[in-house]
Design a binder for this molecule. Structure first.
Ligand code: SF4
Ligand code: SF4
Length: 83
């Protein structure tokens, strides 16, 4: 699934790249949106100069947990328990 971030500046560079015309300006022309006709060819991703287009991988099963993958960094302090 392709999404356009809010950082899109509606420069239009991606619009002619799409082979199925799935990239369209929003009504206020402040950004570009992806229509359902998108075939996920990903051609538009490198066309954006500010990397505002991204591919979102959806899991097959809906999960109540946060959709975002948590990144746990090393070096996290443990609990201060005494034995
Ligand atoms: S992924 Fe392909 S079909 Fe979908 S909006 Fe981008 S260029 Fe168009
Ligand atoms: S190329 Fe990027 S910034 Fe320009 S309209 Fe497309 S998504 Fe928005």
């Amino acid at each position: 699934m392709i999404t356009v971030k809010d950082s899109c500046t509606a420069c239009g560079a991606c619009v002619p790249v799409c082979p199925v015309q799935a990239l369209v300006y929003t009504d206020d022309r402040q950004k570009v949106a992806v229509e359902k006709s998108c075939v996920s060819c990903n051609l538009c991703i490198p066309a954006c100069p500010i990397a505002a287009i991204e591919e979102v991988i959806q899991t097959s099963k809906p999960n109540k947990k946060d959709k975002k993958t948590e990144v746990i960094e090393n070096g996290e302090e443990g609990t201060n328990s005494r034995v």
